[in-house]
Design a protein around this ligand. Structure first.
Ligand code: MTE
Length: 315
């Protein structure tokens, strides 16, 4: 994370402060800061069409028994660079985001390509999954997601034997997403998984948080959650899923391949080039208060996916 890069300028040529100042200037000129404050976008409006309650979901045995963070913590401290790079930007600036109508196109190496409406996706068997989310920036939260296993989608479209990877494409709504004005990343935000990672039962398509539809800032109306990987693998507001033969070039790898790799498994033994990954602060703490666990504590379920791989090389 933490790359601030206006067009045509190399990452090494710009300071975070410079980016910050320009972004503030842009937002002030567009009246966005004032509008966000005046209309109280942090409340109901930020949830757009998605303040609705979700019901009829089962509890899951995959949930951690750790205490979840509050709804407020989870929906006010976010990384969603399409809205801005400050943690408070997504909650402040996502009020105009349109999460309806919404479709997810599923294409590529599949026998039955199709486009799902969000209403169809909400009919998959929903479960509450309380997962730890470990961000690469060394903070973590415990989040009660509501969603369904990604493999439910795969079952419908029937991947061919050529499908070795899955690519997730996220939405671009320039009229509601001020951050898209800045080429911080090569938009749209793209993520990818190996097919066996995607099909693993822990890999979730989340549609809700606690008992309500996802707030816009958390990736409404549908996002990926891969709990044993750093949070940036969990692409928000997905509009397209492609089953592909070749390993996709994912957003953070394209932005800075020396710092972010394709796999991005949580690994306390592989430091980020600029900081240690051995510990984390469990929000709302200010200081590191947890030891980071290999695969974010999900090793019993997923370590076998990487048997024989050098995880220092494939980070
Ligand atoms: N998805 C999109 N489209 N854009 C983003 O900037 N940020 C990622 C990930 N998904 C991001 C994204 C990062 S860095 C993290 S840590 C998680 O979302 C944060 O999810 P949360 O805000 O719901 O905790």
């Amino acid at each position: 994370m933490l790359i601030k890069r206006p067009a045509g300028i190399k990452p090494s040529e710009i300071t975070p402060y410079d980016f910050y100042r320009r972004r503030r200037e842009f937002m002030a000129s567009a009246g966005l800061l004032a509008a966000a404050g005046a209309s109280g976008l942090l409340s109901a409006e930020a949830f757009g069409q998605d303040g609705a309650k979700l019901s009829g979901f089962r509890k899951s045995s995959f949930s951690t028994s750790e205490k979840p963070n509050t709804f407020k913590d989870i929906s006010s401290y976010n990384n969603y660079y399409e809205f801005g790079t400050d943690k408070s930007d997504p909650a402040e600036l996502a009020g105009k985001f349109k999460a309806r109508p919404w479709t997810v196109k599923v294409s590529g190496e599949v026998k039955k390509p199709r486009t799902f409406g969000i209403e169809e996706l909400l009919k998959f068997p929903l479960e509450e999954r309380i997962y730890r989310l470990r961000c690469v920036e060394a903070w973590s939260m415990v989040i009660p997601w509501v969603g369904f296993e990604f493999n439910q989608i795969a079952k419908q479209v029937e991947p061919t034997s050529k499908a070795k990877f899955v690519e997730f494409v996220t939405v671009m709504q320039p009229e509601t997403m001020p951050g898209l004005r800045y080429p911080v990343l090569n938009w749209p935000y793209l993520e990818g998984l190996r097919i066996d990672e995607a099909m693993h039962p822990l890999t979730l398509m989340a549609v809700g948080l606690y008992d309500q539809m996802l707030p816009s800032q958390n990736g409404a109306p549908i996002r990926l959650v891969v709990p044993w990987k750093y949070g940036f693998k969990s692409a928000k507001s997905i509009v397209e899923i492609r089953f592909v033969e070749k390993q996709p070039k994912v957003a953070w790898e394209v932005a800075n391949s020396s710092e972010y790799g394709f796999y991005s498994n949580v690994n306390p033994d592989v430091d980020h080039p600029r900081w240690s990954q051995k510990t984390e602060k469990r929000l709302p703490a200010f200081f590191a208060n947890h030891k980071t666990e290999m695969f974010n504590g999900y090793g019993d379920q997923v370590a076998k996916l990487y048997a024989g791989m050098d995880l220092k090389k494939f980070y």
